[in-house]
Design a protein around this ligand. Structure first.
Ligand code: ADP
Length: 484
């Protein structure tokens, strides 16, 4: 791994404006999932260091929130520009520690940076209200103020964007932050902190605690009363645990959890567009996104044609290490992820699904899995209920629009759904009845900083991005002026 700016490879945590070691000097290795090679080691911190980071964030809060929104925006704008100026280095770092192809990594850096730009602008528009009062001698004013110290816990699948989606609005609103990045991908987080410091983020405004002891650090972040808000992206199980832990101090929580995205193709769909959408939605990041199509529901009339065209497109995918220039499908994050994909696929095949292509580990190495398609999948199979998080596309068959909607909604999750159809009345009907926070209609890629991203049901609470994304980081205060 070669970086043009070698100072972006930071191997210390970042607390109170200083690059820091764990109190006991403990460290853990960060590896490349494509070949298992060790890229660097970072501090393995615990409760005491987390407390110190929280206290630093609390100490930095008054001065940061006292700045004007425009002053904060200027620092964030600089940060955004620096991230883009180092896009290539970030892409290399990301591809090395996370595994995604370089082209996708470059895309994520731009996407991740866009949240900083967007919220630098939005921060200037956190308007309050003047409400016509309930008495002639009174006046009512509504203020929006930063919620305070924010704890953020992020996953490994988008090592930059999942951080900037939280840090952008939090810092723009005048909050300060303690971030615990995923143990698999701390290097991108530390590089962000390095550029944040260069952009002029004051000491203590953004703190990064690296750790393998997620439960310890998460325990402190949720128990500490100085933390007023928790923003988490990750699995539903951990999200529920953190929500429970946050109850004792009644923290505001935002959760972006698992999904079980249906991808519905109706008989009247544009078949080529549907295949292109399915490829993007299913195989991006090797299937490791929470909005990846998890169940492809295809109507009788075009089921066989869709399966054949999808198989043809899949056969052209170039599998390899993310850092090789022409790779389209990289490794999974680790062995456990590969084992889970294998188990889910074996369950489907045992229960009668048919393999169209792929189906086993890829010759590239132990963390690689062949892009796979299975047909004849039914609701009795585990893939109908569980998030695959790998490059396996299970094709379910349905008969009527009613069947498709029932199958699509038959899950406790509600993050993203997709459907392809051309009949305009059907488009409206289906869009309104899908119980999901995000619906892609004739579109397989739905992520953008300008739109609200988030789920319903057990997929989460709150929205990230768009003008709604800043709401989670402010409190509403109502002033009642009497005696006028
Ligand atoms: P994934 O399947 O994406 O690894 P996780 O929910 O396990 O999902 O991980 C998302 C983030 O949550 C990571 O930063 C991970 O370290 C963190 N995490 C995992 N377990 C806990 C926990 N008990 N407390 C706090 N954070 C946790």
């Amino acid at each position: 791994m070669h970086l043009k700016d070698s100072a972006l490879l930071r191997t210390h945590a970042y607390i109170d404006g200083a690059w820091s070691e764990a109190a006991d000097g403990a460290r853990f290795d960060v590896t490349n999932p494509a070949d298992g090679s060790v890229l660097a080691s970072v501090p393995d911190m615990g409760r005491a260091e987390t407390r110190r980071a929280i206290e630093a964030a609390a100490a930095a809060l008054p001065a940061w929130q006292a700045r004007t929104a425009k002053e904060r925006a200027a620092v964030l704008r600089k940060w955004f520009e620096l991230i883009l100026a180092h896009q290539e280095d970030f892409a290399v770092l990301m591809s090395a520690e996370q595994g995604k192809p370089l082209a996708e990594a470059r895309g994520e850096v731009a996407y991740g940076a866009s949240f900083i730009e967007w919220f630098a602008e939005e921060g200037k528009r956190i308007y309050g209200d003047v409400i016509p009062a309930h008495g002639a001698d009174k006046r009512i004013v509504v203020l929006k103020q930063p919620i305070g110290v924010v704890a953020a816990i992020t996953p490994w699948n988008f090592p930059v964007a999942m951080i900037t989606r939280k840090a952008g609005p939090a810092l723009a609103a005048g909050c300060t932050m303690v971030l615990k990045p995923a143990e698999d991908t701390p290097l991108c987080a530390l590089a962000l902190a390095e550029l944040g410091a260069r952009a002029g983020l004051p000491q203590g405004v953004l703190n990064i605690v690296t750790t393998m002891q997620a439960a310890e650090v998460g325990g402190e972040l949720t128990a500490n009363p100085l933390v007023r808000k928790l923003s988490f992206t990750g699995s539903t199980g951990v999200g529920k645990l953190l929500m429970r832990q946050s109850a004792d101090t009644v923290k505001k929580v935002s959760l972006e959890l698992g999904g079980n995205a249906p991808f519905i193709v109706f008989d009247d769909a544009d078949l080529d567009a549907a295949v292109a959408g399915a490829m993007a939605s299913k195989y991006r990041n090797a299937g490791q996104t929470c909005v990846c199509a998890n169940r492809l529901l295809v109507q009788d009339g075009i089921y066989d044609a869709f399966a054949a065209k999808l198989a043809e497109a899949v056969s052209k995918l170039k599998v390899g290490p993310g850092l090789s220039g022409d790779t389209q499908l990289g490794p999974l994050i680790n062995e456990d992820a590969v084992a889970k994909v294998e188990t889910l696929l074996a369950d489907a095949l045992d229960k009668g699904a048919k393999l169209v292509c792929g189906g086993k580990r890829h010759a590239q190495g132990p963390n690689f899995f062949e892009p796979t398609i299975v047909t004849g999948v039914t609701p009795a199979m585990r893939v109908a209920r569980e998030e695959i998080f790998g490059p396996v596309a299970p094709l379910f068959r349905f008969h009527t629009e009613e069947d498709a909607i029932r199958m699509a909604n038959d899950t406790e999750f509600g993050l993203a759904a997709y459907f392809y159809a051309r009949d305009i009345a059907r488009v409206w009907r289906v869009a309104e009845r899908l119980e999901y926070g995000i619906v892609g209609i004739n579109e397989g890629i739905i992520s953008t900083e300008v739109a609200p991203f988030g789920g319903i049901k057990e997929s989460g609470i709150g929205r990230e991005g768009s003008r709604y994304g800043i709401d989670d980081f402010v409190e509403i205060k109502y002033l009642c002026l009497g005696g006028i």
